[in-house]
Write a protein that binds this ligand. Structure first.
Ligand code: IPM
Ligand code: MG
Length: 350
């Protein structure tokens, strides 16, 4: 988070912006200081902000707490309270990092898609129940979708496909689930008013296989909350590392930006974690919430060049190759970013 904030401060300094930062506890540290993963003050501050940049939360210290009081419940509550029903996860490997992908070089080069995950419904927010049973216990998780919930996320999916290669793959399990049948009916009906979008329906098991075997077919993948959770980890692996993927969540209020990786508690305090997912979440925030595309591109292209020149954090270094820590990676990126500006100014003056 510190590395991402530093990058935002660079944008402010170099491009004459003023960002107001306000920091609030959330997840594990909030449980420690207030007893709750999403304190009322944190939620109020998020609501009052133009955007939320979220750091990964959780760790073994809080894993034994009851489900409703763990860091993850804070994340679900925040999504729910902010009405965040859209979750966008771009999957695109860096050319210089293509060898990290478990796919063949040829297939890895074809990976370039977005996963749109519905974030406010499904089995995540249905009733969870555990009862007594003669054999021990009986557990139930309810999955619910309404027409309106499918329509609003599908609307976003069609719009996103429209802005890209006009290919939309809707992923469900309509051969088994009632929620998926509603999903498929709704998306199919909406396709009639989007004649220029090529729509495919895939069952989720097949979609997982196709992502690995023939990733080139995907442009925008539209799917439900649970399937999107699973497929986006798979997508991240195809792109080389889960540490490289940012995400955006949107609803009626401020959008929220977070890397899709977890908190990696075994790395805490060692200055070895990669800041890339967090930095890319910040640049996604600049582009999508603040309309600062030039600034976002400035960050992302410097990152590209850093990777091309061989700078690696431990998670993406080839075995035996040198790796820099989190802090040094941030410093190298800062230097690279300033160098582009100097180059730009020199060529303008020439
Ligand atoms: C994610 C995470 C969360 C989810 C967990 C931490 C609750 O896996 O954002 O993908 O399942 O949504
Ligand atoms: Mg996940």
């Amino acid at each position: 988070m510190q590395a991402a904030v530093n990058v935002l401060k660079d944008c402010a300094t170099e491009f004459g912006h003023r960002f107001e930062f306000a920091e609030f506890p959330f997840g594990g540290c909030a449980i420690d200081s207030t007893g709750a993963p999403l304190p009322a003050e944190t939620l109020a501050a998020c609501r009052a902000s133009d955007a939320v940049l979220l750091g990964a939360v959780g760790g073994p210290r809080w894993d034994s707490l009851p489900v409703g009081r763990r860091p993850e419940s804070g994340l679900l509550a925040l999504r729910q309270e902010l009405g965040l029903y859209i979750n966008l996860r771009p999957i695109r490997p860096y050319p210089a990092l293509r060898t990290l992908s478990p796919l063949t070089a040829n297939r890895a080069g074809q990976v370039d898609f977005e996963i749109i995950r519905e974030l406010a419904g499904d089995i995540y927010f249905g009733k969870h129940r555990v009862e007594a049973d003669p054999s021990g216990e009986r557990a139930t998780d309810e999955a619910v979708y309404t027409t309106a919930e499918v329509e609003r996320i599908a609307q976003y999916g069609f719009a996103r496909a429209q802005a890209r290669k006009k290919r939309l793959a809707s992923v469900d399990k309509a051969n088994v689930l009632a929620t998926s049948q509603l999903w498929r009916r709704t998306v199919t009906r909406m396709a009639a008013s989007h004649p220029d979008i090529h729509l495919d329906h895939l069952y989720v098991d097949n979609a997982a296989m196709q992502m690995v075997l023939a990733p080139a077919q995907f442009d925008v993948i539209l799917t439900s909350n649970l399937f999107g959770d699973i497929l986006s980890d798979l997508g991240a692996a195809l792109a080389g590392s889960i540490g490289l993927i940012p995400s955006m969540s949107c609803g009626p209020g401020p959008s929220l930006y977070e890397p899709i990786h977890g908190s990696a508690p075994s790395l805490a305090g060692k200055d070895v974690a990669s800041p890339v997912g967090q930095i890319l979440s910040a640049s996604m925030m600049l582009r999508e919430s603040f309309g600062l595309a030039r600034e976002a591109t400035w960050i992302e292209s410097a990152l590209d060049r850093l990777f091309s020149s061989g700078v690696r954090t431990a998670d993406i270094a080839e075995p035996g190759a040198a790796a820099v820590g989190c802090r040094e990676f941030g410093e190298r990126l800062h230097a690279e970013m300033l160098q582009t500006l100097q180059h730009h100014r020199q060529s303008q003056n020439a």
